[in-house]
Design a protein around this ligand. Sequence first.
Ligand code: ADP
Ligand code: MG
Length: 210
Amino acid sequence: MQFGSQAVQAWLLAALSAVEPRAGELDELDRAVGDGDHGSNLLRGLRAATDIEFDDSLPAAEALKQVGMALVSTVGGASGPLFGTFFLRLGQSWQSPPSVISLAQSMRIGLDGVVARGRAEVGDATMVDALEPAVTALEQSAAHGAPLTDALALATQAAEVGAEATRDMVAKRGRASYLGEASRGHLDPGAVSSAMLVRALEETLSGDAE
Ligand code: ADP
Ligand code: MG
């Protein structure tokens, strides 16, 4: 199949289906360490992004940039500019159809944008703790010549393990960092939602790969 804006739309729809029933749970996680709005923020952003009517002939890279802009202007909070930057950077580097190598490169560029903006490191209990292992897994798969489907499954697994690991961390960035030691014992909402975005990408691209 042609890998254009439809694939981006499919990714966002998969993300929306995953986040919609769990937005309350994400708000709840954010209530424990922040202000309780992360699920609502992301849901609003994903609704806006899935409402974009892409031209069928629009390249995926351009669609990703539009998604980035929609997320920046609708998600709000700390996560809006970070998710927005991630998608904008994906759009600047995306190749269609994606290979494991191009996907790994593009996701690394997206993550570098998040880190440049938010200055979080691995271990700070943020979305970076889900995204960094996912990108590293993709890079390892690229180095081993793994098929796209396997690479994406490993990336999802890595993102979910990474998100789970935030429970034992003390938050160093964002609102949760105001809690200091008291943030330990809580999952970071942005790490959990980021892992959901990676899983949605897997579902979308693995479907395409068959
Ligand atoms: P806000 O904290 O402004 O209410 P959200 O609740 O939507 O925004 O998002 C909170 C999430 O954003 C956190 O769980 C964390 O994953 C992520 N986050 C916050 N600050 C940073 C940062 N500096 N770098 C990376 N991620 C961050
Ligand atoms: Mg919040």
